[in-house]
Design a protein around this ligand. Structure first.
Ligand SMILES: O=C(O)c1ccccc1NCC(=O)[C@H](O)[C@H](O)COP(=O)(O)O
Length: 216
């Protein structure tokens, strides 16, 4: 069964919805003023206090100081750092030298060669997205057909309607979504529950039991 991450949580109500829906991961956009989902470091520290322990908190950063990211990981506020800016290999290696927590690098996928960079990354996890992040737009999934170089989170314009197609067609290790579980820019309880249910339903689906899809 693919993992599911709901991203862009910013207030106590969002935490209540997440605790009820129980995705595997949830994401906070930390110190990214351009994002409407931006939260400060102190706000994240406050919000995660009420997060159920089985849900893994991910900090999403855009070119943030490596030491500050490591501090948030090492103090236990977040468990994974998702790098969504222009962080290069040197940055990733430096961050990994400062923490034992997993580092996830996001890649904007426009052409096949973008996948080569993702495959070669020293990050522990990769996330393949449309572009800058949180845009609600998909990219050309045909680029991923038959691509088995490493497991990946698929992101960009996912919603309960296209998640089944994504899982059956390109077999992502994880599904990440944000815009589709919002109404008027706010996270919506029903939409979050529906998205998590859509992914969980795959475990017992005809497709999976008959074809025995294996996530590498
Ligand atoms: O969500 C944002 O506002 C954001 C801003 C800056 C960098 C990354 C951002 N989001 C990262 C995510 O992991 C999103 O969940 C992912 O891009 C998918 O978003 P969506 O297409 O809205 O489902």
């Amino acid at each position: 069964m693919p993992k599911i991450k709901i991203c862009g949580l910013s207030c106590p109500e969002d935490i209540t919805y997440i605790n009820e829906a129980k995705p595997d991961y949830c994401g906070f956009i930390i110190d990214v003023p351009k994002s409407r989902r931006n939260v400060s470091v102190s706000k994240v520290r406050e919000l995660v206090q009420n997060l159920e322990s089985q849900i893994c908190p991910v900090g999403v950063f855009v070119n943030k100081d490596c030491g500050e990211v490591a501090q948030l990981l090492n103090e236990g506020t977040i468990q994974i750092a998702q790098l969504h800016g222009q962080e290069d290999e040197a940055y990733i290696k430096k961050l990994k030298s400062l923490t034992d927590h997993p580092v996830m690098k996001a890649f904007s996928i426009q052409e096949k060669k973008d996948l080569d960079a993702a495959a070669a990354s020293s990050a522990d996890l990769i996330l393949l997205d449309h572009g800058k992040g949180g845009t609600g737009e998909t990219f050309d999934w045909s680029l991923l057909e038959g691509w088995t170089k490493r497991p990946y989170f698929l992101a960009g314009g996912l919603n309960p309607e296209n998640i089944p197609e994504a899982i059956q067609r390109i077999h992502p290790w994880g599904i990440d979504l944000s815009s589709a579980v919002e109404i008027d820019g706010k996270k919506d309880r029903e939409k979050i529950l529906q998205a998590v249910k859509t992914v969980r339903n795959f475990e017992s689906s005809k497709y999976f039991s008959k074809n025995k899809i294996i996530y590498k």
